[in-house]
Design a protein around this ligand. Structure first.
Ligand code: R5P
Length: 327
């Protein structure tokens, strides 16, 4: 529904860049708005150039742009768009970043390593971002890298609804929710509390940046004879998920489902790894646009558009968005 309320920042204005224009369109549709006209192009030397057509003076501008692969290009688009908006006197600029690239580099885990997530936060605020909306950061502490308001939406809300509508009454047997590594334990606890079922945790060891192995399962006794729901923030090579699923199956699981927020699937190898795994179904959100030829056959995509639209509407109208955080 169109809002005419003015909370000091003028009307809502929505823009998107190249990372996930379909999601931008869907969010705009839920808000009963049109996306602002802009052109995002590259010069011959690969520099990015962005120009928008409409005036933004004094307006409440939301730029919808996940920083998914190619991460550097999409991040630069967001930064350059923000710079252009600031120079055109936008009233407030909110970066809507459904998938926050570089979030996994959130600490100095060995000597001489960067904290790239903090660098990205610095870049966004230096460019002129006044606030940020994102979803399921690798670790929620990344919010603290920003000194501007940060609204952190949870994919859990969408997945719990999916579970209730599609699995709870249609799949025979009880469920257990499993974290495929230590990083997703709080996400799994929250989900399990919502659907009142036990949890188990896979103890994963990362061998190299893109390779991991399962060492142990904490709470393995909960798995035998139950259906399993694996929850995680991101799927990249698919190693974490597929290895966890295989270990879980060995412990006597019935059906295995996975709900993963960000599908960073960019290779046929990952697609095939998921298709050939013991997973019965992978459910993901459309924070990242997975090319059709990279989509595993056993993958279902749920939309975050309505959820983000609601967050944008609340922020614009100066209303609390805490109700969006429950579940
Ligand atoms: C790691 O801590 C994350 O939560 C994901 O489990 C991981 O990044 C997934 O990566 P991949 O699919 O390459 O195993």
């Amino acid at each position: 529904m169109k809002s005419n309320k003015n909370h000091g920042y003028g009307e809502i204005k929505l823009f998107t860049c190249n990372a996930n224009p379909c999601l931008g369109e869907d969010i705009a549709q839920h808000l009963n708005r049109k996306l602002g006209m802009s052109s995002v192009m590259k010069f011959a030397d690969t520099e990015t150039y962005i120009r928008f057509e409409d005036t933004v003076r004094g307006l409440d501008v939301f730029v919808i742009q996940p920083t998914s692969a190619p991460v550097n290009d999409h991040l630069m688009e967001l930064l350059i768009m923000t710079d252009a908006l600031r120079r055109a006197s936008a009233g407030r600029i909110t970066a809507v970043v459904p998938y926050f690239g570089y979030a996994r580099q959130d600490r100095k885990d060995r000597s001489h390593a960067p904290i790239s997530a903090k660098l990205v936060a610095n870049l966004l605020t230096a460019a002129g971002v006044d606030r940020v909306i994102s979803m399921d950061l690798h670790s929620p502490q990344v919010q603290g890298f920003f000194d501007v308001p940060f609204d952190h939406l949870r994919g859990t809300k969408i997945f719990v609804k999916y579970y209730r509508e599609n699995l709870a009454d249609n799949v025979e047997g009880d469920f257990v929710v499993v974290s495929p590594d230590m990083g997703s334990v709080s996400r799994v606890r929250l989900f399990a509390e919502n659907i009142s079922c036990p949890i188990a945790i896979v103890d994963k060891r990362r061998l190299r940046a893109d390779e991991s192995e399962v060492i142990n399962i904490v709470g393995a006794q909960e798995i035998k004879g139950r259906n399993v729901l694996i929850l995680d923030d991101v799927i990249s090579t698919g190693g974490t998920l597929v290895n966890a699923a295989a270990a879980i199956k060995k412990h006597g699981a019935r059906n295995i489902y996975a709900c993963i927020t960000h599908p960073a699937i960019y290779s046929k190898a990952t697609k095939e790894k998921i298709e050939n795994s013991v997973l019965d179904k992978l459910v993901v959100l459309d924070t990242i646009n997975v090319q059709k030829e990279m989509r595993p056959m056993n993958m279902e995509i749920l939309s975050v558009a309505e959820y983000f639209a609601e967050a944008i509407r609340c922020i614009h109208e100066g209303k609390p968005i805490s109700t969006l955080f429950s579940e």
